[in-house]
Design a protein around this ligand. Structure first.
Ligand code: EPZ
Length: 419
């Protein structure tokens, strides 16, 4: 196990580059098996989750070449055969469940272990399965596995009870090679859905309306390989804006676009943070007094749940009372306990957090409980004078590429230590 040792209280400065979006590249890697040709994905981020999903594809005998020097992934599903996904890989990362749609589409059957829940919630898959059966799939749950088959997937209209990101992605991939037209109503509108549609359309798919709540997919016969550069990680970018704010530093964040950041930026503006856009860069001057605000997490274009823990850290140091309502996941306040250890004054009432600002965090030894909670603890540790330690940082490595190197470039004092 590894931990970060952080000496906080320093003013940061300089530039930080945002990597490609984890939540875009994972479904895109899954989608490569829709064709038996080589797909090339550029600028892929060195993340634990990316290597896990590549191992999932390798366990299906897909040829995956990862060039970490040039950040190029070459994936060829030509020689795919086995359809049983190993349990440990699925348990390692629930996003592996995204291969269900492509497997069904390509082979007409699949056997995939039920993805487990995780620290932030039960993470059910009922909407995935409801949608796939609407396309004609027969589904049974045997020994903790989803056994799914369909002689032929037939386009249909699917209404998602909740705009689930993963269910929308699985259904888009399953409908791509189905016969006829599929309509997904109440679809997720996240930018990563748009990126997946661009990727599949580049392969020869026919998807309209990605980014809206009504997505129409016209089934095609065959797809070909494509070269693609995934979008940047808006959550990583938002995390670095929060970093500038919480350390009262002026930093430049490189490789973003304003459109995908709008739901996050609007909350920073409401707090009084100064953010200027310069082409694909953001200049943030955190040396301002911020105001308390109220936040409610919602599906895109609402405020993203993946930025909730980072704002929790930041609002803990803003004088006055702020509130955060977490409407997406039922257990996404695990970081509150750890922030309390550092002196935060936060009360939880079911899905509502009431945050009373304190002068400063107290450097402490805390534990990352999930990916974004870990990021929130890094922000808290960098904000206060003294030495903190964050354990279980494998959570953080899942979604933040080379985080300590990027932070060191900003003058942060952070070292990775083997426990
Ligand atoms: C994706 O998870 C992201 N992960 C999550 O990011 C993100 O928090 C989430 O979307 C919401 O934006 C990836 O893209 C790999 P959902 P996903 O299906 O697809 C309920 C991170 O930190 N639901 O939109 O699993 C579910 O319980 C991670 O990068 C059902 O009820 O999210 C939850 O309450 C964390 N039935 C809500 O929908 C279903 O069949 C949102 O889930 C599916 C979901």
């Amino acid at each position: 196990m590894q931990k970060f040792r952080i000496t906080g209280g320093l003013s940061l400065k300089g530039e930080i580059e945002v990597s490609s979006a984890k939540n875009s590249i994972l479904p895109i890697i899954a989608a490569t098996i829709l064709c038996d040709d080589e797909c090339v994905i550029e600028n892929f981020p060195i993340l634990e989750d990316v290597s896990v999903i590549c191992d999932v594809l390798r366990s299906l005998n897909v040829d995956v070449k990862a060039d970490v020097v040039d950040s190029i992934l070459k994936i060829n599903g030509k020689s795919m055969h086995s359809l049983n996904l190993s349990e440990n890989l699925i348990r390692k990362m629930r996003a592996s469940f995204l291969v269900l749609g492509p497997l069904l589409s390509r082979f007409g059957k699949a056997r995939v272990y039920m993805p487990g829940g995780c620290n932030i919630g039960l993470r059910p898959i009922d909407l995935h399965l409801k949608g796939l059966s609407a396309l004609g799939a027969d589904i049974s749950i045997v020994d903790g596995c989803v056994e799914i088959s369909a002689k032929k997937l037939i386009g249909s209209t699917v209404y998602l009870d909740f705009p689930s990101v993963g269910a929308t992605e699985n259904l888009i991939m399953a409908a791509t090679l189905a016969e006829g037209k599929t309509v997904i109503e109440n679809a997720a509108k996240e930018p990563e859905i748009i990126d997946l549609a661009i990727f599949i359309n580049g392969m020869g798919g026919d998807i309209e309306g990605a980014g809206t709540s009504r997505i129409v997919i016209h089934g095609v016969k065959k797809l070909k390989g494509v070269r693609h550069v995934p979008i940047y990680d808006r959550i990583e970018a938002g995390t670095y804006i929060a970093l500038a704010a919480i350390t009262k530093s002026k930093i430049k964040i490189k490789g973003v676009n304003e459109e995908y950041l709008r739901p996050i930026i609007s909350k920073f503006y409401e707090m009084g943070l100064k953010i200027n856009f310069d082409g694909s860069d953001i200049i943030v001057d955190g040396n301002v007094d911020l105001k308390p605000i109220n936040i409610k997490t919602l599906p895109h274009p609402g405020f993203p749940t993946d930025m909730q823990p980072q704002f929790m850290s930041l609002l803990s140091l803003v004088s006055g009372t702020s509130t955060i309502v977490e409407t997406i996941f039922e257990n996404r306040f695990m970081h509150v306990m750890e922030l309390r250890r550092m002196g935060a004054n936060i009360s939880i009432y079911d899905r509502v957090a009431v945050i009373d600002g304190v002068k400063s965090f107290v450097p402490s030894r805390v534990k990352a409980t999930d990916l974004r909670a870990g990021a929130a603890l890094i922000l808290a540790a960098l904000s206060c004078k003294g030495e903190s330690e964050i354990t279980d940082i494998y959570h953080i490595d899942r979604g933040y590429a080379q985080i300590e190197n990027k932070l060191k470039n900003l003058n942060a004092k952070i070292v990775r230590i083997d426990e």
